[in-house]
Design a protein around this ligand. Structure first.
Ligand code: DHB
Ligand code: MG
Length: 225
């Protein structure tokens, strides 16, 4: 391991740093705050992206002037709100959620954020919905059930164009991703997806580890050639 020339820090500070960065650079407003509150109240798993991650997705959308975004895995719509807000007024975000209860919570959160016109929430299994969608999307955010990541990537490839960006969440999973013999279907889905990315001549990619309020995880980012 490379020895950093700054204090290595404690995991206990990861969340505090996220809060510091979040409050400073990505402050929540009522709609974002209420989305997180409603998601927790409805018992959704606490898998929402952090505020700095939501802002990063929004900045990518602005940096590449994306106008059509696809999200696979809405959960309660927190990341959806961050991304939809970054779109131009004629932009569109299609987001897919398999769990009807999650979709219901997300629909309300998106409506409260005033984004229902820009967000097309499709309820149902992504593997049934994706084949009916039409290319091209400028950015695809894959953040649903991890065992299906390889199939989601295949659809993302079909639905993108040269220059599009594909981002996959949760590729580190506390370091579990390095175990090729893992019995965790999530890890295997992530690993197969990363291998597909590595083997695909039409993708140029990296993966970045993150430490924060969600622990030790990370995301993969690929640009379509
Ligand atoms: C899990 C899924 C997510 O999308 C996430 O951001 C964190 C964890 C999970 O399934 O464990
Ligand atoms: Mg995730």
């Amino acid at each position: 391991m490379r020895i950093p020339d700054y204090p290595a820090g404690e995991t206990g500070q990861w969340a505090a740093v996220d809060r510091y960065f979040g409050d400073l650079l990505c402050p929540a407003d009522a709609a974002l705050e209420q989305a997180l509150t409603e998601n927790a109240r409805a018992g959704l798993p606490p898998h929402d992206v952090s505020a700095p991650q939501g802002k990063l997705l929004a900045l990518y959308i602005r940096m590449m002037r994306a106008s059509r975004v696809l999200e696979i895995g809405t959960l309660g719509g927190y990341s959806t709100i961050w991304m939809a807000r970054a779109l131009p007024s004629n932009g569109q975000l299609v987001t897919i959620e398999a769990n009807p209860r999650h979709a219901e919570v997300a629909r309300a959160n998106i409506a409260r954020a005033g984004l229902s016109d820009r967000v097309d929430l499709r309820e149902g299994p992504a593997l049934e919905i994706l084949p009916a969608l039409q290319a091209p999307f400028d950015l695809v955010f894959i953040d649903a059930d991890k065992p299906n990541n390889p199939q989601y990537l295949a659809q993302a490839l079909r639905l993108t164009r040269p220059g599009s960006v594909i981002i996959g969440d949760n590729v580190v999973r506390g370091g579990a991703v390095v175990d090729p013999d893992s019995g965790d279907a999530n890890v295997q889905g992530v690993r197969q997806c990363l291998q597909m990315i590595a083997d695909h001549p039409g993708l140029d990619a990296t993966a970045i580890q993150t430490a924060g309020e969600k622990g030790w995880d990370g995301f993969a980012l690929a640009v379509v050639r």
